[in-house]
Design a binder for this molecule. Structure first.
Ligand SMILES: Nc1ncnc2c1ncn2[C@@H]1O[C@H](COP(=O)(O)OP(=O)(O)OP(=O)(O)O)[C@@H](O)[C@H]1O
Ligand SMILES: [Mg+2]
Length: 327
């Protein structure tokens, strides 16, 4: 069953040019120049219940704008979105009770109060029955390991603790859909991992549908089988992460260290040379030839160490973005 259905969704922001200087400000009282940004262009997609989909795209691609339209914060300029059968922009309360939006860059908890106060406020807003609130809170705080910090002022929490509290606040009403806009931004590696593990588990156990945006490929690689790539407001890929990599990656990276100095010319026949110093070479070798080349180097050269690595996902995605730009 599809819980999200998007057809030809577009958003153009209209705003007025701001000019510096007093004279320009006075002038702009009489004549203001209107500007337009096409943030999202004609995006269509379907998302089934329980899916965990990653939105990827460089800064300004239109990811946040799309999430804001799906959660009813912004009206689309054209096209339509239905989420759980509702039109988000109508902001019906029955719809509001079934989704949550968490933005890593925005604090949604009361800054000067302990997180518990925000949780209680959400209990009232979402009309969560006492028993359900108690159970859900116990479950979430256990899973996220934050039982001990609920009574500390939010402003005093670490970034990672705060994000865990944000997630708890968002999930207390047991939404069916969770929109996450850069949930791990600024977190250290350990906290990023904790959040990822939690999301993976929560998605699996509750069948909650999650759309996640992130600039960290590790998030996407760890969590999302399906990725949607947006660039300049356009959808340029929608499919499996594995398939995307298979399609765009035709080589592996071979890294070799030697016990004696080598001549760079000896390596050109194996593939393209990425890095070279007398005792160290990094080669891009065709995927299906990597093993053969490694074996040949091992038997014919004074090898100290040899590694065959997969291409870095970040590089692949960057390559896809730049290819799209050139079109
Ligand atoms: N309120 C606004 N008024 C005018 N333009 C806006 C507004 N909000 C966003 N934009 C523009 O719309 C485009 C898409 O922005 P959006 O925030 O959706 O990108 P994003 O993919 O979330 O980027 P990031 O990865 O940096 O968060 C950008 O060019 C941005 O400058
Ligand atoms: Mg954004």
């Amino acid at each position: 069953m599809n819980v999200i259905s998007v057809k030809n969704l577009s958003k153009t922001y209209e705003y007025y040019k701001k000019q510096s200087g007093l004279w320009n400000s006075v002038k702009s009282l009489f004549h203001r120049e209107k500007l337009f940004t096409e943030a999202v262009k004609n995006i269509s997609l379907e998302i089934a219940e329980g899916e965990l989909v990653g939105f990827l795209g460089p800064n300004g691609a239109g990811k946040t704008t799309t999430l804001k339209m799906l959660s009813g914060i912004l009206y689309p300029t054209s096209g339509e979105a239905t989420v759980l059968g509702y039109i988000p922009a109508k902001r019906q309360s029955a719809f509001q009770k079934q989704f949550a939006l968490v933005m890593g860059q925005k604090n949604q908890l009361w800054w000067d109060l302990p997180a518990m106060e925000s949780f209680l406020l959400n209990k009232a807003i979402y009309e969560i029955p006492d028993e359900q609130f108690k159970n859900t809170l116990a479950e979430l705080t256990e899973l996220l390991d934050i039982k001990d910090i609920l009574d500390i002022q939010v402003r005093k929490l670490s970034l990672g603790q705060r994000m865990k509290c944000e997630l708890t606040a968002a999930l207390l009403h047991s939404p069916k859909i969770l929109f996450l806009d850069e949930p791990t931004i600024g977190l250290d590696v350990v906290s990023q991992n904790n959040i990822r593990e939690f999301l993976k588990r929560y998605n699996r156990e509750k069948k909650i549908t999650i759309i996640l945006t992130s600039h960290y490929m590790d998030d996407v690689a760890a969590l999302c089988e399906r990725v949607v790539i947006i660039n300049f407001g356009e959808l340029i890929y929608d499919g499996g992460l594995r398939a995307l990599l298979d399609e765009h990656v035709d080589h592996k990276i071979l890294e070799v260290t030697f016990t004696e100095d080598q001549d760079q010319n000896g390596f050109a026949k194996y593939g393209s040379i990425k890095e070279f110093t007398a005792r160290h070479v990094v080669l891009a070798v065709k995927k299906d030839e990597a093993k053969k080349v490694a074996a040949e180097i091992l038997t014919t050269m004074p090898v100290d160490d040899i590694l065959i690595n997969e291409v870095n996902i970040d590089d692949v995605i960057r390559h896809i973005f730049s290819a799209h730009r050139k079109k």
